[in-house]
Ligand binder design. Structure first.
Ligand SMILES: *Cc1c(COP(=O)(O)O)cnc(C)c1O
Length: 372
């Protein structure tokens, strides 16, 4: 039989908890309560506990989590928000949605994350906040970045869409900034079964702003204090996420194990394997390598053997048409490291439940495909 290895295999991932998931879904169907009920409240408490924050507030998706967080932080027109040039589009889209100006900063070639030296250079009198992204599940250099924020009076916000469960010096991502934003898109580390998102904070006032904004600017039924959004987490998603939250450390550990199998085979070859820092624990949302050359040909050869691969991300943000107007001072920043990695990165299949044999198949096919 021909092998077929997808980027993510939900069946292999959920196999050990399928019964629990089905029971949780049925319970909600039979409860008659589908929006803002006890499942959402319980999930919010459990997530806050797990993440080490005072408040965790569900919302409709990760993009909304970012928009809600920016609004609650008081960021709007005239404010510059510094962020990475190498992330999913939604990070910057959210900054534009609230009317603020994104300032894209180049990344560190080893970590794919915001480079603190470049960040410091990009600070201006209009800078209001830094929105960091823990890309691929690896926390950014939080202590250095927090220092820069303190020095310049900037708010720190975290896009944790890819880093649920990752810790930096023992503390969860999403507990460092004024606000943290999570996505439960199915492929994320804590993936739901549809869309979902979460905003975290330990600031009481900010939490009450989020609570209002996500529900039409209302804290009392039919009384509206501001213009908000319809951005709520569904009961059924919350119930299913509660099940998966109980197993998240095991699932993330399985991702780490997969990464170790990959590294055993791939290190010492012509490609660059993901970097690890002792202060961080990487939760491997993606396993992304840097190839010396011939990426398209290598992908074709992998595909021929039934092996999926993906490019996150093929075009850096400063080259996106949608952002040509609205970027700081109308100038297109030069982000050479973003450009370089966009041309040479390749993400390989990784998911909880992936077997050592599957990893060996992918890695050996990749090494063979590199021999031109
Ligand atoms: C997935 C993702 C988002 C958006 O989350 P959605 O739930 O899809 O809206 C934002 N930022 C990053 C870095 C992401 O990976």
């Amino acid at each position: 039989m021909k092998t077929s290895i997808p980027m993510v295999d939900p069946k292999a991932w959920h196999d050990s908890i399928q019964g629990e998931l089905e029971q949780a879904a049925l319970d909600v169907l039979r409860s008659g309560r589908y929006i803002m009920g006890e499942q959402v409240a319980a999930f919010e408490n459990e997530a806050a506990d797990y993440l080490g924050v005072k408040y965790a507030l569900g919302c409709a998706n990760g993009t909304d989590a970012l928009v809600l967080a920016l609004r609650a932080a008081g960021i709007g027109p005239g404010d510059e928000v510094l962020t990475t040039g190498f992330t999913f589009f939604a990070t910057v889209e959210a900054i534009m949605q609230v009317g603020a100006t994104p300032v894209l900063v180049d990344i560190d070639a080893e970590t794919f994350n915001l480079d603190p030296k470049e960040l410091e250079r990009a600070v201006s009198p209009r800078s209001k906040a830094v929105l960091v992204v823990h890309l691929f599940g690896l926390p950014v250099a939080l202590s250095r970045i927090q220092q820069i924020c303190d020095q310049h009076g900037l708010l720190l916000l975290e896009d944790c869409a890819q880093s649920f469960g990752a810790r930096y010096r023992g503390k969860q991502t999403g507990s460092f900034g004024l606000l943290g934003c999570f996505s439960f898109f199915p492929s994320k580390n804590l993936g739901g079964f549809g869309d979902g998102g979460l905003v975290t904070t330990s600031d009481k006032e900010v939490a009450s702003k989020i609570r209002k904004l996500r529900n039409h600017g209302s804290s009392e039924q039919y009384i509206h204090d501001c213009i908000g959004y319809n951005s709520r987490l569904d009961e059924i998603q919350a119930a299913l996420l509660r099940v998966k939250l109980r197993h998240i450390d095991r699932f993330n550990q399985q991702r780490v194990e997969v990464s170790e199998w990959y590294r055993d085979i791939l290190s010492g070859t012509d490609l660059i394997t993901p970097c690890e820092h002792s202060a961080n624990n990487h939760v491997y949302h993606q396993y992304t390598v840097v190839l010396p050359c011939h990426r398209d040909l290598i992908r074709e050869r992998l595909a021929y053997h039934g092996i999926a691969s993906a490019i996150y991300y093929p075009r850096p943000l400063h080259r996106q048409q949608a952002l040509q107007t609205g970027m700081a001072s109308g100038s297109r920043p030069e982000l050479p490291v973003c450009e370089q990695l966009a041309m040479h990165c390749l993400s390989l299949p990784i998911f909880p439940g992936m077997t050592q044999q599957q990893v060996e198949l992918v890695a050996s096919a990749l090494l063979k495909a590199m021999k031109i």
